[in-house]
Design a protein around this ligand. Structure first.
Ligand code: 13P
Length: 260
């Protein structure tokens, strides 16, 4: 797929799989990916639960990026149950998903925690896939743009507060909450409208050149069946995939579409 920006196909395993499943997944996936024509035209990433990271790193044999799903903004301290960026880096992890709607919904994460986490990531030159997206209620009451703007404002504030701004370390994922795990993907028109808006907000904050470079992923019920329609849109620079990333064959098919 000829695109302005390199497509990123990212799996988010959420709280799924054990070590044996991880081994079996990569035993099947890696040979397929390695044999994929034009595989260098796409980036492939898996956001794994922490106990699976070492297995995923070993079994994926450097063919993909292994990322985490979350991190704390402080480098160390009395934060039971949390993990810091230096700990992840020490483990060979240089990327994380951040601000996923499930973190917001079930663990009280807010735009303020997003700001702190972006600041910490930028200071550490740590890469993030920062998630934004509206709920069904918010969409129905025409608040989508406002909600996305508030979420982006927090992300942009975190970046701007850092003395070592590195925009190439930031990817945005638009994940409408109502499309996550529901089988009800956004239409290409709905996704493109928000993606264009995100790029325009980025242009206002950082200039049109940076906005052209920003990768904006779509997430929410992406499958091999709808991937072609979504990924062929100029403003959609990849996908963040939950359910379909758990099956090597489905996820590979999406990689195949992206690299075609
Ligand atoms: P599904 O692909 O299962 O809808 O999940 C999307 C998601 O939340 C990825 O982060």
């Amino acid at each position: 797929m000829k695109k302005s920006r390199k497509l990123l196909i990212a799996g988010n395993w959420k709280m799924n799989k054990l070590r044996a499943d991880t081994e079996a997944f990569f035993d099947e996936f890696v040979p397929k990916l390695s044999a994929l024509p034009h595989k260098d035209t796409i980036d492939v990433l898996f956001s794994c639960p922490l106990p699976l990271i070492a297995t995923a790193q070993t079994k994926s044999k450097n063919t993909v990026t292994i990322a985490s799903q979350n991190y704390h903004w402080e480098p160390k301290g009395a934060f039971t149950g949390e993990v810091s960026i230096p700990m992840l880096v020490d483990f060979g992890v240089n990327t994380s998903v951040v601000g996923h709607s499930e973190r917001r919904q079930y663990f009280n994460e807010s735009n303020e925690t997003m700001r702190k986490k972006l600041l910490a990531a930028q200071n550490a030159k740590f890469k993030v896939i920062a998630c934004v997206g509206e709920t069904l209620e918010q969409r129905k009451s025409n608040q989508t743009t406002q909600v996305i703007d508030e979420q982006l404002k927090a992300i942009i504030s975190g970046i701007k507060e850092s003395s070592s701004q590195s925009l190439e370390h930031v990817v945005i994922a638009y994940e409408p909450v109502w499309a996550i795990g529901t089988g009800l993907s956004a239409t290409t028109e709905q996704a493109v409208e928000v993606h264009k808006h995100i790029r325009s907000v980025w242009a206002t904050a950082f200039g049109p050149g940076e906005a052209q470079k920003l990768r904006v992923l779509y997430g929410g019920s992406v499958t091999p069946d709808n991937a072609t329609a979504l990924l062929s849109q100029e403003d959609i620079d990849g996908a963040l995939i939950g359910g379909a990333s758990l099956k090597p064959d489905d996820f590979f098919k999406i990689c195949q579409i992206a690299a075609s």
